[in-house]
Design a protein around this ligand. Structure first.
Ligand code: FAD
Length: 458
């Protein structure tokens, strides 16, 4: 039966863009999730148009073969990792920027366009799409599917806040168009928002329309070391409620920051006396187009940091600021190279961050785990790299973290998604009625439960 489906697929797409069995390149067997085992699919199809996506899905639907959508495979939850006996359908070759509309402030792209590609195109026109998850090789389709966030979410929100419309294909091959280049609508259920964050379980996204903004001309970066985590976390609401919300507000524990700086060969220039006492650092980046205004913002932020107990406040040069952002973006690779067993991206209300950091510290000691924190503290979303080689203890640490965050009003995943990696913990902590409704929505879109089965939902 599988041979028959593959033969039919080879009739509707370019055979050079279909990999079968042992010829499938290794990168398609997994994404970047640390704790999800690779799996070989039946075949990998690199679709070049929405009509190819539709034709392949229809054939798979008729033959009852599961399909796993894939963008660039940079996901951290196992969402694009193949399931047994599946077809991987990648949108990476659908990479045309269809329109940059400078009147409506929108960009419309095919799903396989990467963030880097879009940013390059927008930079020359002095525009920006403001969602910057740490991996710019990721695709807009993947960003929509995971509701990607990243460092600038503290100011601009996540993918969900910047997407105006999507086109997607259902498992039976139906092409659905939702939303468009307009900024408000009260016209029925919002299918765009339903597909955002659905992790490829409802449809395969083929086209995305996003908001774009005039590109601010200048940024300034500040780095502030703290001895005391309670004082550090107390800065967060003050910086956010100050007149100008920072573009970036990141937390890095001291060891993590030094390892990241080393990776990008950056000399932080922090005196030894400060390094000896600092437990963690806040990185604040501010943006603006008026230099005087930005200088005022910078001084105001520095005042908050020092008043709240920072040991120092370093104003970085443009080059240092860029290098430090690069260093921060390398956090995942630093943790992976150091042997982290998994990474969690749970989120808590901002008011609960201090308690969350304390609980994780105690948990690390009790379970003899090393847990390193870095992340989007302005969103209540500090990522923890967990070093615990014993799988049972690792699971216990994660479960305690997830139960805690839910108990204080947070959620299991802020931006990486549930995928396979967090599915069991999601089921342990999510409200049963919510799970039931999600299952019914899934059935309405995908009655045979063939699209990315086993991801997010059981
Ligand atoms: C170094 C590093 C840093 C990262 N930093 C961040 C960060 O700061 N913030 C953040 O949010 N994420 C971050 N990520 C995670 C990752 O980049 C995002 O999840 C991204 O959105 C995945 O995009 P992708 O194209 O690689 O998708 P993939 O990994 O290929 O797929 C991700 C999910 O989307 C589905 N999918 C992919 N394409 C489609 C499509 N066209 N239609 C429907 N479903 C689809 C897949 O089935 C899967 O469930 C980081 C990853 C790395 C490696």
């Amino acid at each position: 039966m599988f041979e028959a489906v593959i033969a039919e697929i080879l009739d509707v797409v370019d055979p050079a863009k279909v990999y079968v069995g042992a010829l499938i390149p290794e990168k398609y067997l997994h994404d970047e999730a640390l704790a999800v085992a690779p799996q070989r699919p039946l075949c990998v199809v690199l679709a070049k148009s929405d009509s190819e996506v539709s034709a392949v899905l229809r054939l798979a639907f008729e033959a009852n073969v599961p399909v796993v959508p894939r963008g660039s495979g940079t996901g951290l939850a196992g969402g694009a990792t193949p399931t047994e006996g599946s077809i991987v359908l990648s949108t990476e070759l659908m990479n045309t920027i269809l329109e940059i509309d400078q009147e409506n402030y929108t960009a419309t792209v095919e799903a396989g366009v990467t963030l880097e590609q879009l940013d390059d195109a927008l930079r020359s026109l002095e525009f920006v799409y403001p969602v910057f998850p740490g991996e710019l090789g990721s695709t807009l389709g993947g960003n929509v599917a995971t509701n990607a966030g990243g460092m600038r979410a503290v100011k601009y929100g996540v993918t969900r806040h910047q997407v105006l419309g999507v086109e997607f294909v259902l498992m039976d091959g139906t092409l659905v168009k939702s939303g468009g280049k307009y900024v408000k609508s009260s016209s029925g259920y919002d299918l765009t928002q339903l597909v955002i964050g659905s992790e490829g379980t409802l449809g395969i996204v083929t086209k995305v329309t996003v908001r774009i903004y005039p590109r601010p001309k200048h940024t300034v970066s500040l780095l502030a070391p703290f001895v005391n985590l309670v004082e550090l976390t107390a800065c967060v609401p003050k910086l956010i409620t100050s007149e100008n919300v920072p573009l970036v507000l990141e937390y890095m524990d001291a060891n993590g920051l030094y390892a990241m700086a080393k990776r990008v060969e950056m000399d932080l220039g922090i005196p030894a006396a400060v390094r000896e006492t600092a437990q963690a650092y806040l990185l604040v980046v501010l943006e603006g187009s008026d230099w005087d205004d930005l200088t005022n913002q910078k001084e105001h932020a520095a005042q908050i940091l020092i008043l709240q107990g920072a040991i120092e406040c370093y104003f970085l040069t443009d080059k240092q600021g860029e290098d430090l952002l690069l260093a921060r973006e390398s956090a995942f690779w630093v943790s992976k190279a150091a042997g982290a067993n998994d990474i969690v991206d749970a989120v808590v209300p901002r008011s609960e961050i201090a308690g969350f950091l304390k609980v994780v510290g105690v948990l690390a000691q009790r379970t003899n785990s090393y847990i390193s924190g870095a992340g989007h503290i302005g969103d209540g979303n500090v990522h923890f790299s967990i070093f615990q080689p014993d799988p049972e203890l690792l699971d216990e640490v994660q479960e305690e973290i997830f139960r805690y965050v839910v108990s204080v009003g947070g959620a299991v995943s802020a931006e990486h998604g549930i995928g396979i990696a967090k599915r069991n913990h999601f089921y342990e902590t999510e409200d049963a009625d919510n799970l039931e409704i999600m299952g019914r929505i899934k059935l309405a879109f995908d009655p045979k439960w063939l699209l990315n089965p086993g991801k997010m939902l059981k």
